[in-house]
Design a protein around this ligand. Structure first.
Ligand SMILES: [Zn+2]
Length: 281
């Protein structure tokens, strides 16, 4: 299985090399990365995929965005709890912010990590170590870090899925990969860029996953300073707020920001929780 997965990842990189931008188009004659997916297409998986696709006749994408119908962004709680979520995207973004994770461990801060299949393959030992740590919850950031849309609509130049079959692959194959490696199947999914269409949210639901967006945009991906990030988070803090950050860019400023944010929020009576311990809305 691992051998096939590595082969598949290698083929994706090769095909990505030949198919750089534009986002949703591929030059004629270039290798189709979906051919590489076939190594993960077990009979059991294909039967599930067919079952899901059969449930949709002429599907309409619905609205596309970060906060469309069905996308979750808060914990459903009246407790003073904040959920820190950190994405790991993969591809050119396969770094590891070890200092940030050390800080979370030292301060005993629970967090939810959304991890892509591409990032896992580049960071296997680290991934297994994070998955073993009860402080952290591993969730699904997609097999190939693609923005989920049933008609190829994307954001920020990130490659999008082209149809519903691609959406099922992106969500389900990474869920299976994570379950195989950790013994726990993810229950939450965050699409690359956090944008998705309403049809993809329905697909996730039928695969047993909720799509989670965010309530507080930390600003890390915009290369905001630690000061700006800390202001964004502390200002937005309220019961059950989900904060979006990353742990795959050690050069960004999450760690420095959290050194201000964590004591400030603790002073206001907040604790830090994982998504899996709450319902989300
Ligand atoms: Zn991402």
């Amino acid at each position: 299985m691992r051998k096939y997965f590595l082969l598949f990842i290698a083929m994706v990189f090769v095909s990505a090399f030949f198919t750089a931008a534009p986002v949703c188009a591929r030059p004629r004659g270039a290798a189709d990365p979906t051919n590489a997916l076939k190594s993960m297409y077990t009979p059991d998986y294909l039967a599930l995929k067919k079952r899901i696709l059969d449930q949709f006749r002429n599907p309409k994408p619905g609205r596309f965005g970060e906060f469309v119908k069905g996308a979750k962004k808060d914990l459903d709680t009246q407790q003073k709890v904040i959920a820190f979520t950190f994405d790991a995207c993969g591809g050119r973004h396969s770094g590891y912010n070890a200092g940030l994770i050390e800080y979370l461990r030292r301060e005993k801060i629970q967090a939810t990590l959304f991890v892509s299949g591409l990032w896992i393959e580049k960071n296997m030992e680290t991934f297994k170590e994070l998955a073993k740590d009860p402080l952290f919850e591993i969730e699904n950031h997609g097999l190939l870090h693609r923005t989920c849309s049933i008609n190829g609509v994307s954001m920020y130049g990130v490659i999008a899925t082209r149809n519903m079959g691609d959406v099922v692959d992106e969500m389900e194959l990474n869920a299976r990969r994570i379950a195989e490696l950790t013994g726990r199947r993810p229950v939450f999914f965050r699409s690359a860029t956090a944008y998705t269409d309403e049809a993809s949210i329905e697909v996730a639901r039928r695969l047993g996953m909720e799509v989670v967006s965010y309530d507080i945009l930390s600003g890390d991906a915009m290369h905001s300073s630690a000061k700006t990030m800390a202001r964004n988070i502390v200002k937005g803090a309220r019961h059950g707020a989900v904060v979006i950050m990353h742990f795959n860019h050690p050069e960004w400023h999450e760690l420095e920001a959290l050194k201000t944010v964590v004591p400030a929020l603790r002073d206001k009576g907040y604790t830090f929780g994982k998504l899996e311990d709450f319902s989300v809305n």
